[in-house]
Design a protein. Structure first.
Length: 145
């Protein structure tokens, strides 16, 4: 499994999620998603007492107005939903790789096993440590090419 947790696999999974959502939207099929809440954006921002009610992974159903408000890009699903007793409206932006499952009713039709991978530049300290490690490795005659 560890071999799959790389950028190439994440890109493939992102594309699969996009294709599945695109199909469901174009066919007018209501669906649900399980998504990692910490990676979602709400506009306007939800009050903290509402956000605290969410689990780490939360279920959203896209049906009726929520479904009709859905907008899909290559990396994001957006939809408008109401939250709390007052049905406070907010536009939810979901990075596709934050979607853990896509469901129709209770049936999962896509499971995302990829992890969101960010490319970060190495800090000067990490570059220095990497260079030292490389030099130690190459200084051993048995490791020369």
């Amino acid at each position: 499994m560890k071999r799959l947790l790389n950028i190439r696999f994440s890109q493939l999974m992102n594309r699969e999620i996009y294709e599945m959502l695109s199909y469901l939207v174009s066919e007018g099929v209501d669906f649900g998603i399980l998504a990692k809440v910490e990676e979602l954006k709400f506009e306007p921002e939800l009050p903290s007492e509402l956000k605290e009610q969410f689990s780490e992974i939360t279920y959203f159903v896209l049906a009726n107005y929520t479904f009709e408000s859905a907008k899909l890009t290559k990396n994001t699903l957006q939809f408008e939903a109401g939250f709390g007793e007052d049905n406070m409206g907010s536009v939810v932006s979901v990075p596709l790789l934050s979607i853990v499952q896509i469901l129709i009713g209770n049936n999962p039709i896509l499971i995302n096993v990829a992890q969101k991978i960010e490319i970060k530049e190495l800090t000067p300290e990490k570059k220095d440590r990497r260079e030292k490690s490389k030099n130690i490795f190459l200084s051993n005659p048995e490791n020369s090419f």
